[in-house]
Design a protein around this ligand. Structure first.
Ligand code: ATP
Ligand code: MG
Ligand code: MG
Length: 373
């Protein structure tokens, strides 16, 4: 989606990812042989250097990269890296990220460092109470790295699931809703936020994004934007950031985590906002004027298309049905293989009202790959 946006502005993009048919590479043919995409892992410093040799500006679409290599390249070559490697380093360690936010005065709920031993995890349970959330500090996504420790007798299971990873723990947050705000930050530090949205997760994976946020208190949405902007202001570097938050019954907002890149909770911006998160990411990292983050439709809902099995045909037949729904934009990602819980694409519904987009969503939920939701 970033590459599609770049092509409209004649911006050449060189991609580092595994395989010649990686989804992003399917979108942009190299303009010259020297600008051929790079085949390799974004955790491989040699490959990151090879990529850096071909471009003027480096950016990431995932935080699980070798941030040290990026820092070295920035120092040695003076090339711009966005967001700043230091920001990526802080964010990719979720415990370091929470410490950073807490020190900066951003609202986060209780969290503690914990060793990967049964005694340490049991002590954490006594400190935080049960249930609590045990999390991997690194390489986490879609909840792969989270374990809900419901009681002291689940400690062994938690270690079996996460024991070989560096860990920390969070107090259980009894949220009323999960919400998110995309924030774009220019190289000079100007920040603009997109409208607050509600995110609905199923089994730790984002399922729906509902925009704008519905709330009995109309001030909540603006407050969420403020919280997100203040958090992003503490970080260095340009680009878009996805700020995931918990909204409690009493109106309190805690930050869950920040993604230093375009984010699933901002996919709706492609159809629903004056400038998409992708275009604004490009504008920010290339020092172009930032675009408006305003909604251009009254209402939008994003639905992730998750794999249910290895079958690709259940994904395409679902997408074919979606094409019959008015106001529906289908995005399939060109991934070669499907598997349970894998993000294979998404759908954005736009409409004149919340009631209308919800009515449009209903037949889609009934036909989701893997069964109705
Ligand atoms: P992502 O794909 O968003 O990067 P992740 O693997 O980093 O996911 P988190 O965002 O930490 O995981 O958690 C995934 C989901 O688990 C959250 O969206 C929320 O639904 C739930 N969750 C996380 N932390 C807590 C908590 N402390 N209390 C209650 N629920 C939580
Ligand atoms: Mg995460
Ligand atoms: Mg998350």
């Amino acid at each position: 989606m970033l590459v599609a946006s770049a092509s409209l502005l004649n911006i050449n993009v060189v991609i580092l990812d595994q395989g010649p048919n990686a989804p992003a590479k399917q979108i942009a043919a190299p303009r010259t042989p020297e600008l051929a995409h790079v085949d390799g892992a974004f955790s491989d410093p040699a490959k990151i250097r090879e990529l850096a040799g071909k471009v003027d500006v480096l950016t990431v679409e995932i935080e699980h990269v070798d941030a040290h290599a990026l820092a070295d390249i920035e120092k040695e070559t003076g090339k711009a890296v966005h967001p700043a490697p230091r920001t990526i380093q802080i964010i990719q360690d979720k415990f370091a990220q929470k410490e950073w936010l807490a020190k900066a005065g951003c609202a986060v709920s209780g969290f503690v460092d914990v060793d990967s031993t049964p005694e340490a995890i049991r002590q954490t349970g006594e400190k935080l109470g049960y249930p609590f959330m045990l999390k991997s500090r690194t390489l986490a996504y879609d909840g792969r790295g989270n374990f809900v420790v419901e009681s002291a007798d689940k400690v062994e299971d938690a270690l079996k699931a996460l024991g070989n990873r560096p860990l920390y723990a969070e107090k259980w947050v009894p949220f009323a809703k999960e919400i998110a705000v995309m924030v774009v930050r220019s190289a000079s530090g100007e920040v603009r936020s997109y409208p607050a949205v509600e995110t609905v997760h199923k089994e730790n994976i984002c399922h729906l994004v509902i925009c704008p946020l519905r709330s009995s208190d109309p001030a909540v949405a603006a407050r969420a934007q403020d919280v997100a902007e203040e958090a992003v202001k503490t970080l260095e570097g340009a680009g878009v950031f996805g700020v995931e938050m918990f909204l409690l019954d009493d109106g309190k907002i805690y930050i869950n985590e920040i993604a230093p890149r375009p984010h699933n909770s901002g996919h709706y911006t492609i159809e629903a906002c004056e400038t998409s998160q992708y275009e604004n990411h490009l504008r920010a990292i290339l020092d172009l004027p930032l675009g408006s983050t305003s909604l251009k439709v009254p209402s939008a809902i994003m639905l992730n298309i998750l794999g249910a099995s290895p079958s690709l045909s259940e994904i395409t037949s679902f997408a074919d049905f979606a094409l019959t729904v008015p106001g529906c934009a289908v995005h399939l990602y060109g991934k070669a293989e499907s598997r349970k819980g894998r993000k294979m694409g998404h759908i954005t519904l736009t409409g004149d009202s919340d009631a209308q987009v919800r009515a449009r969503l209903r037949p889609l939920l009934e036909r989701l790959p893997g069964g109705p939701s």
